[in-house]
Write a new protein. Structure first.
Length: 325
């Protein structure tokens, strides 16, 4: 062999032969790939001729482990032990529809919860912006008052827009408003009368605390509406006009503001200024209306009696002067 490779000219010949063999093998491989691309069925025949085909076939024929399908909540699926001679396990046909229905119901529930969570902040934001412009209160302060009202309304189970309407007419969102008769705060609560409701909130001094005042005022309003049977009757009791025939237009003002707030919460464009503007923050609240005047026939003509009394005195004086003469 050494002599063969050491002979002159043989190395060059062998190199050329090897080079041509490699090129021929490459051309054949490219041709085979082209043929298999044109006729894919030849690939199966070539695989069958491979010595590794038997091993691959044995692995493919082995029984596959049963796939574990998670059962939906509330449904228990019985799993059987796989048999060697049995076919691969297939999921029951009823499982897929049930799982799809459960997933759809869960998706709808999540969407409804998201919609409810998104609706509340959006409504609250509209109400806050409108009240801030209408009553010329700083946006941050209005946001704090509206948020406290919504939280309290959820606890008391009353419409927060009704509480805000009462607050607007009572104090114009002035947390330090106080009337001559002792009504205090945003809701103009009579702290001396309802002192027991302030005990767990820090005492009567908490009447000027906005959060405490809103909580007590909303509680009183809910009690009066429940007792009166309607919002109108509850507002009449809240203003202290239950013993009178009318409330001097207090209920009308609150209900009008309540309707405007409802429109704002529904996304409607409500003008900030109205023809019947609400009272300012310095309004004297909790002043009971005057009783209705009696009928004209029952009135007493006081001026006429005074005039007659003066005439009688004048006549008596004249008679005395004549007698003296």
């Amino acid at each position: 062999m050494r002599a063969l490779f050491a002979a002159p000219g043989r190395t060059k010949v062998l190199r050329m032969a090897a080079h041509r063999a490699v090129m021929g093998a490459g051309v054949c491989a490219i041709g085979a790939i082209g043929v298999m691309f044109v006729k894919p069925e030849l690939t199966d025949h070539l695989k069958a001729m491979s010595p590794f085909a038997a091993k691959t076939t044995m692995q493919a024929s082995a029984p596959a482990a049963p796939a574990t399908v998670p059962a939906p909540t509330g449904i228990v699926v019985a799993q059987k032990k796989p048999d060697v001679a049995a076919k691969p396990a297939v999921a029951e046909p009823a499982t897929a529809p049930v799982a799809a229905a459960a997933a759809h119901a869960e998706h709808v529930a999540k969407l409804s919860v998201v919609d409810q969570k998104d609706a509340a902040p959006r409504e609250q934001k509209w109400v806050t912006n409108w009240l801030s412009k209408r009553y010329r209160v700083a946006g941050d302060a209005t946001n704090m008052l509206v948020s406290a009202t919504y939280n309290t309304a959820r606890e008391v189970k009353i419409d927060p827009l009704l509480v805000l309407a009462v607050m607007a007419i009572e104090s114009g969102f002035n947390p330090f408003a106080e009337s001559p008769v002792g009504a205090q705060g945003l809701m103009q609560v009579m702290s001396k009368v309802h002192h027991d409701k302030f005990q767990h909130l820090g005492g009567v001094k908490a009447a000027l605390n906005p959060v405490a005042n809103i909580k007590v005022g909303a509680t009183i309003l809910k009690e009066y509406v429940s007792r009166g049977g309607s919002i109108e009757s509850g507002l009449k009791m809240y203003v202290g006009a239950a013993a009178f025939e009318n409330d001097a237009g207090y209920g009308y003002k609150v209900l009008a503001e309540y309707k405007r707030l409802k429109d704002v919460a529904n996304g409607k464009n409500v003008p900030v200024t109205t023809t019947s503007a609400p009272p300012p923050a310095t309004v004297v609240a909790k002043t009971p209306p005057k009783p209705v005047a009696p009928v004209a026939d029952d009135k007493v003509d006081v001026l006429t009696q005074a005039d007659r009394h003066d005439l009688r005195n004048q006549e008596a004086d004249q008679e005395g002067i004549v007698a003296a003469l």
